[in-house]
Design a protein around this ligand. Structure first.
Ligand SMILES: Nc1nc2c(ncn2[C@@H]2O[C@H](COP(=O)(O)OP(=O)(O)OP(=O)(O)O)[C@@H](O)[C@H]2O)c(=O)[nH]1
Ligand SMILES: [Mg+2]
Length: 334
């Protein structure tokens, strides 16, 4: 009986063949097992996939034990309100961004492959911190092995495109790289891990070196995009463009800042709690302390001016109340 393999299966198969780590191969195999047409004609392939999966899981486990305690330079622990990992071709200006908006000692140079390992830095946006990770470059032929892990674990991928260079080539290389590894969000075909979490990441374009690009470069870039994507045009010599890029990142992170107030005390406006958009008063209590959350009785809210004036200052709110950016919340416990 013919197997009649579908385009979705062939895509996952390509992902598997191009994967360079056991973790990535396991993800691709899971996807192949999920999308393979389930009928008699594919039974032998399904059995082969199961065999490959158990061999890979065993090998991954062995490697984990063998390298226990060793540092994985491509594993960048998250810090701050969100993590942006930069992706781009050599010389596209990744390190210059990290050097311009963080205190990290990113090495900027006018020759390719200057950066060889990831380097995180902390940028400040208003009253929160955003982590920006400088990365080694990719080309059509080469990408460092661990780079997919760094990208897979971030909140947002910042695709750096040098506006003064070959825009079409940069878009093609970066999009092909991300699509082949299922790192780009695809609402029509979401890829989830075993826990139901998305394996793809939100991406946006950081269009670099706008000071030395021809005026039509941005329009040219927009024409090259095969799918809609936000663009932040920057130059490291233009502070305002970098501030605007951080504001774009803040919006893309879809988070809210909430200031906690103890009853009878002044509000602490310096160090907000950061939650996902749509979080409630109960989520805030949980973030502050699990045990306290169980004892949460009532809450009062001083809404941010941008929330539409539906809440008056100090109004009692239910624990299911959805928080807005810059709300001040006073929690009362039993
Ligand atoms: N005119 C101008 N030059 C820039 C800008 N950003 C970066 N450059 C220059 O572009 C060159 C490459 O910048 P890098 O930041 O080192 O590029 P990279 O993407 O980190 O390069 P790799 O480490 O090889 O991946 C350097 O000479 C920078 O000075 C910019 O906004 N305007
Ligand atoms: Mg660099």
């Amino acid at each position: 009986m013919p197997a009649n393999l579908t385009p979705a299966y062939l895509k996952a198969d390509k992902w598997f063949r191009e994967a360079t780590t056991d973790e990535e191969k396991i993800l691709a195999l899971q996807e192949m097992m999920r999308v393979i047409p389930k009928h008699k004609g594919t039974e032998h392939i399904q059995a082969d996939l199961r065999k490959k999966m158990s061999a890979l899981k065993e090998s991954a486990e062995k490697k984990k034990k063998a390298t226990h305690g060793l540092l994985d330079i491509f594993h960048i622990p998250k810090s701050g309100a969100g993590q942006v990992v930069l992706l781009g071709l050599p010389n596209s200006g990744k390190s210059a961004i990290v050097a311009a908006i963080t205190h990290a000692k990113a090495h900027v140079a006018d020759f390719p492959f200057t950066t060889s390992i990831p380097l995180p830095g902390i940028a400040h946006f208003e009253d929160i911190k955003i982590e920006i990770v400088d990365m080694p470059p990719i080309t059509a032929e080469f990408a460092p092995t661990g780079i997919v892990n760094t990208l897979r674990n971030c909140d947002i991928i910042g695709i750096c495109v040098d506006l003064s260079g070959n825009i079409a080539e940069q878009i093609k290389v970066c999009f092909d790289f991300l699509e082949a590894r299922r790192l780009m969000l695809d609402p029509n075909n979401p890829i989830l891990d075993e826990g139901g979490k998305s394996l793809a990441r939100k991406c946006f374009i950081i269009a670099t070196k706008k000071d030395s690009a021809p005026p039509e470069a941005i329009d040219n870039l927009k024409k090259q995009l095969t799918r809609p994507m936000e663009i932040s045009a920057i130059s490291v010599t233009d502070r305002a463009s970098l501030e605007k890029m951080l504001a774009d990142v803040f919006r893309l992170l879809e988070i809210v800042r909430v200031y906690a107030k103890k009853p009878g005390h002044e509000v602490d406006m310096k160090d907000p709690f950061v939650l996902h958009k749509g979080s409630t008063v109960a989520d805030l209590a949980l973030l502050i302390h699990k045990e306290l959350a169980e004892k949460l009785k009532t809450a009062r809210c001083w809404a941010s001016p941008g929330s539409g004036g539906k809440i008056h200052d100090g109004q009692n709110v239910h624990k299911t109340h959805i928080l807005c950016d810059k709300d001040t919340i006073e929690l009362h416990f039993a």
